[in-house]
Write a new protein. Structure first.
Lengths: 393, 591
């Protein structure tokens, strides 16, 4: 696998071409195309987009909603910002195709609180599309209507979780909901709702124009297409890179110019921490789940600093609703500090806290608490030595 | 929904598709621990105590929320499950003020009970003891957030059952807590002081503002003449509060209270009957003004006024409907006013020495007694209010063996009760009592329901209504009501009250008389009653109330001999000069 520019290529398809093609297809065929492409959601969890659209399309309920999750909050992720800045009209086109596919006429972009400067960019793109009859009433002379409004988040990491995002859109406290019901059946204002990441929607016009087989040929196995990675940390050329799914982390680091690598954090603070000897691992849902973020640490970095920083972040960002996440992250942070302070000096003493991490993964209400212990387990297991051996169980 | 087959701990059973894992396990006789779950409330799924293992699932499932699906294989005590539950429990305990002996809910705490059941003898997460933090002090309700486990049962109670919604989670992560708008405090937001949040708190985070200490001091002060009144619902609650089965225990209760050292043990039932006379005549008078005089200033429907939570609710939410509220004081406040006038005179004591204590199923009564307009006797009409739970604490502290007491009777002058007064304690009871009396006043005949039981206004349905058509032949002076159909409605729980009053507000209904009780089930489910509360408990208390009604000699308020004496010797007539001075009041618009 290798670097391949599609979403970020200099040459982009003509605005409206994919939408025009979609409107000439049946709704079912549009959803079929996306489903067969095997594209998995680009937000991090990797749920197949076409399956989600299919469920929302089949759900009973009026006023279906298409929501774009632009609450890009995972530490080290800035790839959606690039898409929003440069490819806003393709994003809107992808949402419109989604609306046509599931039978919705209303879209919302939930924009990260830190990105207010992107509002005019998105508004301008919307107005342009409306003026070209690619958005709004009677799109391209059909009876299909679709429009998009932009709403601002308020700065909470948890609102990147789709049901919290929906709660927030409804004007409530941003907290995850119980599932079922899933948003595809009962989401925003109890309407059938599709929530997809920015990158997911941006990929859609390309799939429609080039066909699902073309997309399937990109990537590896079940992980099809290309993927954007925000690379930061100890590299010469930090930035956004587009690689095929299945590329190795080594290939990415080479492109970004990483030297003296000690560790790489893949998929943000909630992702996986790997060591320098794991650089041939593949970025795919089967191996290293490819969130948007790759952070490189060279040998000058103290990994306990990194762990403490990540855990402080989770302690700050847990919504506080469910017990394992609310209390658990605090305990993990305390434990990390106890290790640094020499109060915990053996694997034996760590045992209950690894078990706590396991319970958080199994018993937390949403992805936040289910993934926040990853850094604790990874960093202590892989980087910390105790007299009775490495950390970990 | 069809039945589906599920396997619970290796045993295959058939349950209705779509029911939760929790319910299907309950049916199968498998107990699953819960904390944030409450049968009166929506499902929150936040405590994570009810985690179970479902075959094929990556994570554990929460039993309270997750519906069963065909052929689901559930394990409720696998190693993974037990470990997860113990960990969750330890985390909750570590963040909790575990100074149990100093807690109002010691030995009646769901967290403590689970800790015991799970044999938590050591908690590796317990680092430092959590100090008490009294976050909230209001006339009826206190909150100690150091005991809060963030189950949000109080929040859901306030919003879903009461449509008051003044408490919410504030902040996030470990600094999350339950608070009011801008931390203003319950006293400065439209809280009704109903105390339903207390009754649904699994721990001791919420409790009543206690006056036990002041009451002991009054009893011990030989200068004072301390009279106590007991509300209708106490007699079916006190046994429960003492750990005994729900039962009506009026005689034992009187004996126990007398044993505590009060000078007189009297009955709020007495003033409940008095309320019926005053309120019944007020209704008839309003009907006359509207039907005969065509007076457009007279407001109908008239609503009851005995529930102080309801009064505060309407003052906040529907101030323009305040003219609809009966001007009658609540039975507690009528009693207070009479205790320092009529009773003081009868007992020949200086009214300034009378201390009036009431035992109420209610926390809002603590607020009500402090209202500035409640001093018509020339003194504070009611000095202290104790909840059923506080009374139980005093009985326990005094070492009174409640179960083995002999029945005793109330003292005289204000101690007579009727069945009509007893049923004030249940939703629909005031309405039924009012109808028993008002119908007889205007027609000269008993109300035409078998055994005087006005069945349509009984029961636990949220909003009930009934229509009673007057006969052609009326008592002298009430001919204007001949053939008129009297329409009445009853609501309990403020969410139901809101639903009903929204219709009144919009002019969609044409009721003449409405009974509203702030608490689900009426006073028997009041915020001062024993904990826990749930539909089963409330049904038992309600059954006990109607049993008491059925066995009493007098079942109509106007038949209460001491009330008759009160009118003959003191008040002279319903709605008369003295009544207006002592027994009626006015209300205040609140933001």
């Amino acid at each position: 696998m290798s670097e391949k520019l599609i979403l970020t290529a200099a040459e982009q398809p003509e605005a409206g071409a994919a939408l025009k093609k979609s409107l000439e297809m049946t709704k079912a065929d549009v959803v079929f195309e996306v489903r067969e492409s095997n594209m998995r959601g680009r937000g991090g969890a990797g749920f197949p987009t076409g399956v989600k659209w299919n469920l929302a399309g089949a759900a009973s309920g009026a006023n279906k909603m298409v929501i774009c999750n632009a609450d890009e909050g995972e530490p080290g992720t800035f790839k959606d910002r690039l898409l929003l800045e440069k490819y806003a009209s393709i994003l809107l086109e992808g949402m419109t195709i989604g609306g046509y596919g599931i039978g919705s006429s209303q879209g919302i972009i939930y924009l990260r609180a830190e990105y207010p400067y992107l509002v005019p960019v998105l508004m301008k793109a919307r107005e342009e599309l409306v003026s070209r009859n690619l958005l709004g009433e009677g799109i391209l002379g059909t009876d299909f209507n679709f429009d998009v409004e932009i709403r601002m988040g308020a700065g909470a990491y948890i609102c990147g979780e789709e049901t919290s995002l929906i709660e927030s859109l409804e004007g409530k406290r941003g907290e995850p909901r119980n599932k079922p019901p899933y948003p595809v059946n009962s989401g925003y204002l109890d309407r059938p709702t599709v929530v997809n990441n920015v990158e997911t929607f941006v990929s859609v016009p390309h799939i429609i124009l080039n066909g699902f087989e073309w997309f399937q040929d990109l990537g590896i196995g079940n992980c099809t297409g290309t993927k954007l990675f925000s690379i930061s940390g100890d590299v010469e050329n930090p930035g956004v890179y587009e690689f095929q799914m299945g590329s190795t982390i080594g290939e990415l680091l080479e492109a970004a110019g990483a030297k003296d690598v000690q560790a790489v954090q893949v998929g943000g603070a909630s992702g996986t921490t790997i060591k320098a000897d794991e650089l041939d691992r593949k970025l795919s849902f089967e191996d290293l789940p490819p969130g948007g973020s790759v952070i490189v640490f060279n040998s000058s970095r103290n990994m306990m600093d990194v762990l403490e920083n990540f855990l402080e972040f989770f302690v700050h960002e847990s919504c506080g609703q469910c017990a394992p996440c609310r209390e658990g992250n605090v305990r993990l942070l305390d434990t990390a500090r106890a290790i640094r302070g020499g109060k915990i000096m053996s694997r034996e003493e760590l045992k209950p806290f690894f078990m706590l991490a396991e319970v958080m993964k199994l018993g937390s209400k949403c992805g936040l608490g289910q993934t926040s212990p990853n850094c604790f387990v990874d960093i202590i297991t892989k980087f910390i030595d105790f007299p009775d051996g490495k950390g970990g169980m | 929904m069809p039945n589906v087959s599920v396997t619970i701990n290796g045993v295959t059973t058939s349950v209705r598709e779509g029911v939760t894992i929790l319910d299907s396990c309950k049916t199968a006789g498998v107990e699953i621990p819960t904390l944030c779950y409450h049968p009166d409330l929506s499902l929150a799924g936040n405590c994570r105590m009810c985690l179970v293992e479902v075959e094929g699932w990556k994570t554990l499932a929460i039993a309270c929320v997750t519906p069963v699906t065909p052929n689901m294989v559930i394990n409720t005590h696998s190693k993974k499950v037990r470990h997860a539950r113990r960990t969750v429990l330890k985390l909750l305990l570590a963040a909790h003020n575990v100074n149990c002996p100093e807690c109002e809910r010691n030995k009646n705490c769901e967290l403590q009970e689970l800790a015991e059941k799970h044999n938590i003898t050591f908690n590796e997460f317990q680092t430092s003891p959590k100090p008490s933090s009294l976050e909230e002090v209001s006339p009826g309700i206190m909150r100690d957030n150091s005991r809060c486990i963030m189950c949000t049962r109080c929040v859901r109670t306030c919003e879903e059952l009461q449509s008051v919604a003044v408490i919410k989670p504030v902040g996030r992560s470990a600094s999350i807590n339950i608070s009011t708008f801008m931390d203003e405090g319950l006293d400065n937001v439209p809280c009704t002081q109903c105390g339903q949040c207390i009754n649904r708190c699994p721990t001791g985070a919420l409790f009543e503002t206690s006056e036990v200490k002041q009451v002991w001091e009054a009893i011990e002060d030989t200068e004072k003449f301390v009279v106590v009144q007991t509300a209708p619902a106490i007699r079916v609650g006190i046994a429960e509060a003492l750990g005994l089965p729900t039962d009506r225990t009026t005689g034992k209760m009187v004996a126990a209270i007398r044993g505590l050292g009060f000078d007189r043990v009297l009955d709020t039932d007495f003033t409940a009957d008095l309320t019926i006379i005053e309120e019944g005549h007020e209704l008839i008078s309003r009907l006359k003004k509207v039907l005969v005089d065509g007076d457009s200033d007279t407001a109908l429907p008239m609503t009851t006024s005995c529930s102080p939570g309801w009064i505060k609710f309407i003052e906040h939410k529907y101030p323009d409907l305040l003219p609809n509220v009966s001007t009658c004081k609540s039975p507690q406040q009528m009693f207070g006013a009479l205790s320092k006038t009529y009773l003081a005179n009868k007992e020949d004591v200086d009214p300034s020495k009378v201390i009036c204590v009431s035992i109420m199923p209610c926390t809002a009564k603590k607020y009500e007694k402090d209202r500035p307009e409640m001093r018509d006797s020339g003194y504070k009409d009611v000095d202290y209010v104790l909840t059923t739970r506080e009374l139980a604490r005093m009985i326990k502290e005094a070492g009174i063996d409640f179960d083995n007491l002999r029945d005793e009777k109330y003292d005289k002058w204000m101690g007579d009760s009727t069945g009509a007064a007893v049923i004030f304690g249940a939703t629909g009871g005031v309405m039924e009592a009012a109808l028993r009396t008002a119908y007889e006043v205007v027609t000269g005949q008993e109300i035409p329901f078998e055994g005087l039981n006005v069945a349509p206004v009984r029961g636990m349905e949220g909003i009930k209504d009934a229509a009673i058509t007057m006969p052609d032949k009326m008592a002298s002076g009430f001919e204007f009501l001949a053939g008129v159909t009297l329409k009445v409605a009853v609501a309990h729980g403020l969410a139901n009250a809101k639903e009903l009053m929204d219709k009144v507000h919009a002019g969609e209904v044409d009721y003449h008389f409405i009974e509203i009780m702030a608490c689900p089930g009426g006073c028997l489910g009041g915020g001062g009653q024993p904990i826990p509360t749930n539909p089963t408990v409330r049904k038992k208390r309600s059954d006990a109330i109607y049993e008491e009604d059925a066995v009493l000699h007098f079942r109509k308020s106007h038949a209460n001999p001491e009330v008759q004496l009160l009118y003959a010797e003191f008040l002279k007539e319903p709605l008369g000069h003295k009544s207006h001075e002592l027994l009626h009041t006015h209300y205040t618009k609140r933001d």
